[in-house]
Design a binder for this molecule. Structure first.
Ligand SMILES: [Zn+2]
Length: 246
């Protein structure tokens, strides 16, 4: 009996002394709902629903975007870039604390469809590790940069329980490139309002490392447009870890 106890104690001690394994996607699999391999383009939910999504963050506009969303009681979705997270962990935590859906937009925004499967896996997993380090939560949703993916991308995302979300409305707000001119603000608003022809638009907006003042300035008008046209704002993932399908 004593030897059995010693063996058990030694096993426990060994477990305590074993260095932590590197963060790896397979650790997170069961924490996100299972997902299909098919990308989704349209917002979930009944009636008229719209999903506002902010890619390429965190960045200098993140806090202002969050402030506008909060003051209008609009839930949204952020697809972040891994190598920008370490310098702006507070912003990513603020996204989570505000109840926003936060997803994976790869480590450094390469075009995945021109990469090998193992290189794609590294892009996906390094971002997931960065998000988990910053927030304690794994990403359960994924958006490939440029909307570019191949079968390997879909296989990798599905095996990690990261649902692939693209978009249906592209106001091309990133082209403002830091400008906050009235012309750009108007162009972004009208580009976003084009989704009013759809029942479940997913609007692609940006939150880049260079900042997006025109997007920030356009956001209240975009929110007003959809709300006044009877849309309900939805997220592409329920932060309470319940499955949402396209
Ligand atoms: Zn992007």
């Amino acid at each position: 009996m004593i030897s059995a106890r010693l063996v058990a104690a030694a096993a426990i001690l060994a477990g305590l002394l074993t260095p932590a394994l590197p963060v790896h996607a397979t650790r997170h699999v069961n924490r996100c709902p299972a997902t299909t391999r098919e990308p989704a383009f349209y917002a979930p939910g009944h009636g008229r629903t719209v999903a506002l999504t902010f890619d390429d963050g965190p960045g200098p506009s993140t806090k202002r975007i969050l402030g506008i969303l909060a003051s209008h009681h609009v839930p949204a979705t952020f697809f972040n870039i891994g190598d920008q997270i370490a310098d702006r962990r507070a912003e990513v935590r603020a996204e989570v604390n505000q109840g926003e859906a936060v997803g994976n937009h790869t480590w450094d925004h390469h075009k995945l469809s021109s990469m090998t499967e193992s290189a794609q896996a590294r892009e996906i997993d390094r971002e997931a590790a960065a998000q988990e380090t910053a927030t304690g939560l794994p990403p359960c949703i994924f958006r490939p940069p440029y909307g570019a993916y191949d079968k390997a991308t879909l296989r990798l995302a599905a095996s990690r329980h990261q649902a692939v979300w693209l978009w249906s409305v592209d106001p091309q707000d990133w082209k403002a490139n830091g400008s906050a001119s009235i012309a750009w603000i108007r162009r972004i608003i009208s580009g976003a309002e084009a989704g009013g022809s759809q029942r479940h638009p997913v609007v692609l907006l940006h939150n880049t490392a260079g900042g997006n003042p025109a997007t920030v300035a356009a956001l209240p008008a975009i929110i007003h447009f959809y709300r006044s046209h009877g849309y309900r704002f939805v997220q592409l993932f329920d932060p309470k870890l319940e499955a949402i399908t396209g």
